[in-house]
Write a protein that binds this ligand. Structure first.
Ligand code: ZN
Length: 274
């Protein structure tokens, strides 16, 4: 039951809570707070939505350029720490190695707990210019309820949870950290967007669900992605081997086929500029 519930959370909810808000804005000027947070000053963000709500980005809908962003969620919950200690693998070094070999830029939405469990990998990913690390919360708790049975973080603790993840990335030595946030399970509402406004992040959803969570057939995952990608698409996948065991296999098919169609892989920060 726990696994099934968590599987659903991994799969995300594309209809997760409302229409995207905000519009493209010029990259903000470098600020002391941005550099203190270890974020590249050049990372573009969206302007705040109505009432100052955290803006939400789903895909580059205005572009006709054949760009696509592959994103990989590095989930880690409190109960998975002991499971990792017993040998279960919530990382996926083979996937990261394949992305490097294929020279595919990608954005990793990392939880703070994952960075604490795998600090060497967090540092390596966060110092490789091919990649950027974005925030997937510290705890992987839900920011609105219900959300696939995930425990819910209290509204007054939401900002702290996000900032704790940024702190974990810094502690691991990651440098390429961008001010983007993906809600666990993709679940959010206006209260969550309001609570996170002071954190100055852009929330990032997706328009293509890969279905890689607990998938056993890499070709089926690849087919789903290849059928869904349009210019400016944002694909959600996972880099946790125990929960997404065929993702690397799927990527090895997705990448050459999309390149054959003329697509160029970009990080979310570049997709936001288009
Ligand atoms: Zn997640």
């Amino acid at each position: 039951m726990t696994v099934a519930v968590f599987g659903a959370a991994l799969a995300g909810c594309a209809a997760g809570g409302g229409e995207p808000r905000g519009s493209l804005a010029a990259p903000p000027p470098a600020s002391a707070s941005a550099s203190a947070a270890g974020r590249p000053a050049a990372a573009p963000t969206l302007a705040a939505g109505p009432g100052g709500l955290t803006p939400v980005f789903e895909r580059a809908s205005a572009t006709r350029a054949k760009t696509v962003a592959l994103t990989f969620d590095a989930d880690m919950t409190a109960d998975q720490g002991p499971r990792a200690a017993r040998g279960e693998r919530f990382d996926n070094p083979a996937l990261i190695a394949s992305l490097r070999r294929l020279k595919v830029p990608a954005t990793v939405f990392m939880t703070g707990r994952w960075a604490e469990e795998y600090p060497d990998q967090a540092r390596s990913i966060g110092r490789d210019p091919l990649f950027e690390i974005a925030n997937h919360s510290y705890s992987h708790h839900a920011f609105t309820s219900p959300c696939y049975g995930l425990p819910t973080v209290a509204r007054q603790a939401m900002r702290t949870d996000v900032e704790r993840a940024f702190a974990a990335f810094r502690k691991a030595g990651a440098r390429n950290v961008v001010p983007y946030f993906r809600f666990p399970g993709g679940c959010y509402d206006d209260e969550a967007l309001r609570a996170l406004a002071p954190a100055k992040v852009t929330a990032v959803q997706w328009d293509v669900v890969s279905g890689d969570a607990f998938a056993r057939d890499g070709d089926a995952v690849a087919d789903q992605v290849l059928a869904g990608v349009r210019p400016g698409s944002l694909v959600v996948m996972h880099c946790t081997r125990s929960a997404a065991p065929v993702t690397e296999q799927a990527v090895r098919r997705i990448v050459p086929e999309l390149r054959e169609r003329g697509y160029r892989f970009v990080k979310v920060s570049e997709l936001l500029k288009s």
